[in-house]
Design a protein around this ligand. Structure first.
Ligand SMILES: [Zn+2]
Length: 454
């Protein structure tokens, strides 16, 4: 990538062309092609969803015949390595999140061909200019599916890849072919013990309870959260044998935090299948980071956190405070969090790519408000086969928000829904002063480093 500004312009042109295509396909802008669409009732919320959520997850619009790769590259945390880097201005990818890419610029096609021949791993970071990328945290991405096509002498490469590990950029250089090469440090994933060091009595095991000191999270991870938390008697024994009050355990036990986040997720949307979310605290924390309707600042903040427990606590805090989703540019209310739902097995958010290579992290909502439609519906290249899409803009500031999807097949529910881009929204957060009074102190003593005993 010799010139980030040029790349950005290409992407933007791609987007503009995409808009023009849609309009020219259907009609010139007449009085019916631009209207206000506000779902003011519950008619768009179906009793059940009949659409197969596996279809968008497969990214069927990319074509079915792709080469699949198996295996996984794991890089030791702390290791300093060289990675070819792809900056994307609107995508913040976290480990575990899938991204499709459609590449036709020769430098990126060559870069990915080389990556596939090596270890299928490259780096992805949110940003545009070199100066903006320096020191930033990104994610290694591993390609698991590929399709190469040559038409009229032009090679296009379609890939599906998954975020793997976080890294910090140490230095950057641009190769003669324009590709960015980054020297990165693979970041660790820090697991705090769910119990303060030596805080429980040594006779603890007599009660048949779990281990108490560092390393116990590893033992916790070998059992399901449910069975571990199954006995309220055990929990009482834990607290009574410790010098720390019960709320300390609650704040630092990743499984308790996961339970609280799951409860909150169910309040947001009944369509989130909790049996499909990761059981491991690290994977779970990233799944939540990938699926919440966060703006770039909040998502990058979560990506920068090394400690799983801290990440889970931050996510829970965001979920408690967020109530509405607003237009990023003019702050108009666009959607309510309770209208978020899953059209994909990935969750309420998934990244999709359009024919011009522009990747959109897209959230699905039953309803939206203050939105204006542009153009007529078209089913061409639909990310949700069976649904036609129409461009949706903010009624106030004309910011591109996403699309309205309407079913073109009989019997599909929901009959319509909204796919809004994460990048166009920001969560409306309740200020701390408006928060309900906390039942527990929020700043526990720094006992982890002290190793205080009873
Ligand atoms: Zn707006």
């Amino acid at each position: 990538m010799a010139d980030e500004g040029e790349e950005e312009e290409d992407y933007q042109n791609g987007y503009d062309r995409f808009d023009e295509l849609q309009l020219s396909d259907e009609a010139e802008t007449d009085s019916s092609s631009s209207d206000t669409a506000t779902d003011g009732d519950d008619s768009s919320r179906p009793i059940s969803i009949t659409y197969d959520p596996a279809i968008p997850t497969r990214h069927q619009y990319l074509g079915e015949e792709m080469d699949e790769f198996s295996g996984r590259t794991v890089i030791e945390p702390g290791q300093v390595i060289e990675l070819p880097l792809m900056p994307l201005p609107t995508v913040v990818l976290v480990p575990g999140q899938t991204i499709p890419l459609h590449l036709f610029q020769s430098q990126f096609v060559t870069m990915m061909q080389n990556v596939i021949d090596k270890d299928r791993t490259f780096g992805l970071v949110q940003g545009r200019s070199m100066s903006e990328l320096q020191g930033k945290v990104g994610t290694t991405v591993e390609i698991f599916s590929r399709k190469e096509e040559v038409e009229a002498g032009i090679t296009t490469l379609t890939i599906k890849a998954m975020g793997r590990q976080r890294f910090k950029i140490l230095s950057l250089r641009t190769q003669v072919d324009g590709i960015l090469q980054a020297t990165v440090n693979i970041l660790p994933e820090i697991l705090l013990s769910p119990h303060p060091e030596k805080a429980l009595a040594s006779c603890f095991d007599k009660f048949g309870c779990q281990a108490t000191c560092s390393g116990s999270l590893e033992r916790y991870r070998q059992t399901s959260g449910k069975s571990r938390l199954g006995s309220s008697r055990k929990k009482k024994i834990n607290a009574s044998l410790s010098s720390w009050p019960a709320w300390v355990y609650k704040l630092y036990d990743p499984f308790r935090l996961m339970d609280e986040i799951k409860l909150e997720l169910q309040r947001w949307s009944q369509t989130i299948r909790l049996e499909n979310v990761p059981a491991d605290p690290i994977d779970f924390s990233y799944w939540v980071a990938a699926n919440l309707p966060l703006d770039d600042t909040l998502k990058i903040e979560l990506l920068n956190i090394d400690c799983t427990t801290q990440r889970l606590r931050k996510e829970l805090d965001i979920m408690h405070k967020c109530s509405v989703l607003c237009c990023r540019d003019c702050n108009s209310t666009i959607a309510y969090k309770t209208d978020l739902f899953c059209m994909s097995l990935d969750g309420p958010l998934a990244a999709y790519v359009n024919p011009h290579g522009w990747v959109h992290e897209t959230l699905t909502f039953y309803k939206a408000t203050g939105v204006r439609l542009r153009g007529r519906p078209t089913a061409e290249n639909s990310w949700f086969p069976g649904y036609a899409w129409t461009i949706a803009e903010c009624q106030q500031c004309v910011n591109h928000l996403g699309w309205r999807f309407t079913s073109v097949k009989k019997g599909l529910t929901p009959s319509k829904f909204w796919g809004l881009t994460r990048a166009s929204l920001k969560p409306g957060m309740r200020a701390d002063s408006e928060e309900e009074l906390p039942t527990e102190p929020t700043s526990p003593p720094p006992f982890w480093s002290r190793g205080r005993t009873s």
